[in-house]
Design a protein around this ligand. Structure first.
Ligand code: SF4
Ligand code: SF4
Length: 330
């Protein structure tokens, strides 16, 4: 079984469009969308979801209001400013925010013509809304370090695993697909990428699929490393710009470091032929192979709007993509 990972040094180079086209050109591959921070392969491949699973990662502190004595120990020890005092929560609620005790019914917004904080505050008081009496943790600011849990004298802080997103197994017109959605402000995308790849591999082995096509994340950080380690081949997609050149250098240095064979393709090459030559020259010097060039083609955007892969259209650049696919030799 082989595994092709399509990555780019920066977003917006056409990586996902190429991955979708390869999924169509290959013979029933397993497809893995590992760009979990900004997944969008599903927009083109229209997966029918068969399984959904929670992704839990890291921890979050939650203060049990009935057990907290407001001693302030957690506030003093939290280095991330995540602990909210009763006064801060009160202020937050008064300003119309969705505070921890607010059920977000929007009653005040609907009823208060002038939207002034004072009126909203008076309304809350008139409605008998309780003022926060205990400390609370802002779930967005909490880094899950656990220091407050350790120091709380009342042991009033729960520390459960955080629900950070979900991952799905789907069926598409090209083959099975594993994809995921990371929650807003959630972390550990590298861990989720590893999970998606592992599941894709399990499906490929069970179904005797010879190829996994991975749409990797942009950049060179943790999720990218989680996407490429152990892969058969990495296709680095770039574009003929100064940032494209610079980011490609970083990607090739990463693949060299992990000893993964890499090939390069310059997308929209005709927008700057001179820069394309320069990038290809640098690619050869870095010991990587050139898989081809793809011309700039407005039909790529139209294909996306129609939820089709580019190679499912009559676009002029289809022959370029087919050439790159043949060059990969998979
Ligand atoms: S949660 Fe614990 S440490 Fe924090 S204020 Fe309440 S009792 Fe004190
Ligand atoms: S777990 Fe860490 S970051 Fe979160 S509230 Fe406690 S001390 Fe602050």
């Amino acid at each position: 079984m082989k595994e092709l990972v399509v990555i780019s040094g920066k977003g917006g180079t056409g990586k996902t469009s190429l991955a979708a086209s390869f999924a169509v050109l290959a013979d029933r591959p397993v497809i893995a969308d590992c760009d979990v921070d900004a997944a969008d392969l599903h927009l083109v491949l229209s997966p029918r979801i068969k399984e959904r699973h929670e992704f839990r990662s890291g921890h979050e502190a939650v203060i049990r209001q009935d057990d907290c004595t407001s001693c302030g120990t957690c506030l003093a020890h939290c280095r991330f400013g995540a602990v909210l005092t009763p006064a801060v929560q009160d202020e937050w609620l008064m300003s119309g925010g969705t505070g921890l005790n607010c059920s977000d019914c929007a009653y005040c917004e609907r009823s208060c013509g002038s939207r002034t904080n004072a009126i909203i505050g008076e309304m809350r008081t008139a409605l008998g809304e309780p003022r926060p009496a205990a400390f609370a943790v802002d779930p967005i600011a909490c880094e899950g370090c656990g220091v407050c849990v350790r120091f709380c004298p009342e042991q009033a802080i729960d520390f459960s695993e955080r629900l950070s997103g979900e991952w799905m197994v789907s069926e598409t017109r090209c083959g099975p697909m594993v994809h995921a959605r990371l929650g807003v402000a959630a972390e550990n995308s590298g861990k989720l990428v590893s999970l998606v790849r592992r599941e894709a591999r399990r499906i490929a082995e069970a179904g005797d699929h010879p190829l996994i096509i991975v749409d990797g994340p942009p950049g060179i950080g943790c999720p990218v490393i989680a996407s490429v380690t152990g892969a058969t081949l990495v296709l680095a997609v770039t574009e003929p710009t100064v940032s494209g050149e610079h980011d490609l250098e970083r990607v090739l240095s990463l693949t060299r470091h992990f000893n993964i064979p890499a090939v390069v393709c310059v997308n929209k090459w005709d927008l700057n032929a001179e820069m394309t030559e320069r990038i290809e020259d640098k690619t050869r010097k870095a010991g990587a192979r050139i898989a081809g060039r793809i011309r700039y083609d407005r039909a790529v955007t139209l294909a996306q709007i129609r939820e089709r892969a580019v190679v499912e259209t009559e676009a002029p650049c289809v022959e370029d993509i087919q050439h790159v696919w043949n060059e990969l030799g998979l």
